[in-house]
Design a binder for this molecule. Structure first.
Ligand code: BGC
Length: 772
């Protein structure tokens, strides 16, 4: 069994609600920039130092990102073939707004010069604030206390603010603050600078930069307002504006006195041409910071805190008995909330808004991993993720035409709804994304009863994806005329372009059946809507018959001799390989082995059949689940961070508690402790959501069968208890698991029946039910 968590490099202090860095180290700077990211689903900023960084540029990545704002460059192919996407999409690094530096006479504040003491950098996850505090001794022995706080507002998506405080400790003397907006920004992986400055100005406190992307023509406006004051007394200071080629700034000079606290509050607003018409951007951004100044830093921060307070009430998992895990779980939930788009036109990137890994692209990670995390605490966010798919459905239809398919084919990786991957075997061939999206629609409607969404938006996606499957597969004579789906890649990207990937066939069958079900439902209950939709997409009744036939005759791989579900038609004919013998330095294999070698062995990158047994759990009995687990577990490298959580969930279900815990450990602190040595590129959002699932679906065994909630909880040996809340069909239930006891309490909504270890339990409001 792989144990990546043993590679951990723990550098933060353990604390239930905070991530604390007690020493600044250049070597881990870039990881900390990711870990200390702040965001609100629209705007994200890495934990870059306000004053800039004089260390090795290779140990830092400066980044502010706006969800959905990207640049395109032609993809370079050695050999181009029909249907390869021509244009890439890269979430761009936008105006650098965080810059605030100060000088004590001619010495610039720099943590890498002089010396620092009493340093700590703290991400307060309960309140959504990043704080850095230290005492700096300059090379000329001036000592100054520095405290910098910042937040990215969760209640006003355009707003971010910094409070920069300094207090001379052993001197009086001239101090200068410089606060800037810098338009000279780049992405690591773009060949050209994406943003050009088209307008900029500064007056004494306000400043503004407007930029435009070269190809995609997004306009982005960034404004700032700087409010300077001394805490103890009124002071005199001079203001001067700075204008450079791509930069504007404001210089504040004053006579600093020992033991006085000087504060600069910087309010920033971002607006883009997606938010308002282009010639209004500047007004909105300018008004935004003026209003922020009027409201004041403390009030804005309190509103933001209040939002988080409510989020934690609903979404927190409380663990007693392991502080490191508690911290890890909260960090993951916090980063998910900070990364997820919630406007229906954006989604959540595999790396959130915290880095440039995967170019900011959205994957199936959204529907299969992240969406369930929000579904049971903030269902409206899950809906917004699905609305994003609805809003890009036309592009999926176009892609299907290009691929000579009927219906719609959603892109494997994208920002704007078009396929952006240059390597089809691990992208376009993953047709399963269509079924993943449909499955997420089904789960959303199941948990919310939001039929309004289903009839107005969801159904159209379900029908178009069912159409794609009916057309994509075919009846193969040598397979007993079963409906087979050939040349696809399942979740396991180490077996690309195979026939009858088990996950894909089962999920496609689900998609087809759900298509028929939704059509019948609409016919019976919303006939007019059904007629309108039929007309809109030119749906014929014969198609429903076709879907049903394909589903009924779907080829579902099963091997009698081994009693397992082969991952695909060729998997069992590949050479076995002792995965445990692969040295850690050779993983992930994809960067160390030629693809052909990875492909010829029975080696899996990530959960495939195992994931299927979780998603469609009632189609596999427990013995089969065990046999499949025993078969695939030793063959899986977990080179994808999407894997371990799924193995943990199934290990819990089949009673392999030690393995369940071990796999859970590999997800919970993956980015914090940097198991894969790549946190510097950004967080792993799917894995983070998988942590939540490992607890709720794994340890607590939560599943929904026939529309009812089932639990099968147990307590991991090392813990004293754990507790979480679930919103389901307009109810909210609190679940607390202690040693040998589970306590259910319906907090909100009408009485509901749930199932505890196979027994029916009735819950009524505010009455605790304790079960062994
Ligand atoms: C995984 C995919 C995943 C992608 C983005 C890849 O390594 O194999 O399943 O969608 O990462 O997270």
């Amino acid at each position: 069994m792989r144990e990546f968590h043993k590679n951990k490099i723990a550098i933060y202090e353990y604390d239930e609600w905070r991530i604390i860095e007690k020493a600044f180290d250049e070597k881990t700077n870039q990881r900390s920039e990711t870990i200390f990211s702040l965001g609100n689903g629209y705007l994200g900023i890495r934990g870059n130092l306000e004053e800039g960084y004089s260390g090795d540029p290779k140990t830092s990545l400066v980044g502010t990102y706006i969800n959905g704002i990207y640049e395109s460059e032609p993809i370079m192919y050695g050999e181009y073939h029909y249907g390869y996407p021509l244009w890439g999409q890269t979430m761009i690094n936008v105006t650098d707004w965080r810059l605030i530096s100060f000088w004590i006479e001619d010495e610039k504040f720099d943590m890498l010069k002089g010396s620092i003491k009493d340093y700590n950098r703290t991400l307060d996850m309960k309140n959504g604030k990043l704080t850095r505090e230290l005492i700096w001794r300059s090379p000329k022995d001036k000592e100054i206390y520095v405290k910098i706080e910042r937040f990215v507002s969760l209640t006003n998506k355009h707003l971010a603010a910094i409070r920069f405080m300094i207090k001379p400790l052993n001197f009086d003397g001239e101090i200068t603050f410089i606060s800037e907006l810098d338009g000279n920004v780049k992405n690591k992986n773009l060949r050209e600078q994406a943003l050009i400055v088209i307008d900029k100005w500064a007056d004494e406190r306000l400043g503004y930069i407007q930029q435009k992307t070269n190809k995609t023509e997004f306009t982005i406006g960034c404004s700032m307002y700087n409010d300077f004051y001394c805490k103890e007394q009124d002071i005199e200071y001079s203001l001067e504006k700075i204008e450079e080629d791509k930069k504007i700034g404001i210089k504040i000079t004053f006579k600093g006195e020992k033991d006085q606290t000087y504060i600069l509050d910087k309010y920033v607003n971002f607006y883009t041409s997606r938010d308002v018409v282009e010639n209004e951007i500047m007004n909105y951004a300018k008004e935004g910071v003026l209003e922020a100044k009027t409201a004041g830093y403390d009030n804005l921060y309190n509103e933001h805190k209040e939002y988080l307070f409510k989020f934690w009430e609903d979404a927190d998992i409380k663990i007693k008995g392991d502080i490191a895990l508690q911290q890890g779980i909260r960090f993951n939930s916090f980063q998910l909330l900070q990364s997820v788009g919630r406007d229906g036109i954006t989604n959540i990137g595999a790396k959130g808004l915290t880095g440039e890994g995967y170019e900011g692209h959205y994957f199936w990670d959204s529907e299969i991993y992240v969406l369930p995390f929000f579904l049971y605490s903030r269902p409206e966010i899950s809906k917004a993720l699905l609305m994003y798919r609805y809003n890009t459905l036309d592009k999926a239809r176009e892609r299907a035409r290009e691929m000579r398919s009927k219906g719609a084919l959603f892109p494997w990786r994208t920002i704007n709804g078009e396929e952006a991957s240059s390597y089809f075997p691990a992208s376009t061939a993953q047709y399963h994304i269509d079924a993943d999206i449909t499955y997420a629609i089904y789960k959303y409607v199941e948990a919310t009863d939001d039929f309004d969404f289903l009839i107005n938006y969801g159904a159209e996606i379900v029908f178009e994806t069912a159409r794609m499957w009916a057309d994509r597969g075919g009846y193969i004579p040598l397979k007993d005329n079963k409906f087979c789906i050939n040349e696809v890649t399942g979740p396991d990207e180490y077996k690309p372009c195979v026939d009858n990937n088990c996950y894909t066939n089962y999920m496609a069958r689900f998609n087809l059946n759900y298509g028929v079900y939704v059509a019948e439902l609409l016919k019976a209950k919303y006939p007019q809507k059904y007629e309108e939709l039929k007309e809109k997409i030119n749906l014929k009744e014969e198609e429903l018959v076709e879907w049903k036939n394909a589903a009924d005759n779907m080829y579902l791989p099963y091997d009698e001799r081994l009693g397992i579900n082969p991952q695909d038609d060729s998997f069992l004919y590949k050479e076995p390989y002792d995965v445990d013998s692969i040295p850690v330095e050779e993983t992930p294999l994809v960067t160390n082995w030629h693809q052909l070698n990875i492909m010829r062995y029975q080696i899996c990158k990530q959960a495939d059949v195992i994931l299927l047994m979780f998603l469609l759990g009632d189609e596999f009995d427990i013995e089969l689940k065990k046999r499949n687990y025993d078969f695939y577990e030793p063959k899986t490298t977990h080179d994808s961070s999407l894997s371990a959580c799924v193995f943990s969930i199934i290990a819990s279900e089949i009673g392999y508690k030690e393995q369940a815990y071990n796999y859970f450990m590999q997800t919970a602190r993956m980015d914090l402790d940097d198991y894969n040595n790549n946190a510097h590129e950004g967080i792993h959002t799917a894995c983070m959501a998988g942590t939540w699932a490992s607890v709720v679906n794994g340890f607590a065994g939560m599943r929904v069968y026939n529309g009812e909630l089932h639990f099968k909880p147990y307590l991991p040996e090392k813990w004293e208890s754990y507790e979480f809340r679930v919103k389901y069909k307009n109810r909210q239930i609190n679940v607390k698991v202690e040693d040998n006891l589970t306590i259910y309490k319906l907090l909100d909504g009408d009485d509901i029946v749930i199932w505890h270890k196979g027994n029916r339990v009735e819950l009524s409001k505010m009455k605790e039910v304790t079960l062994s």
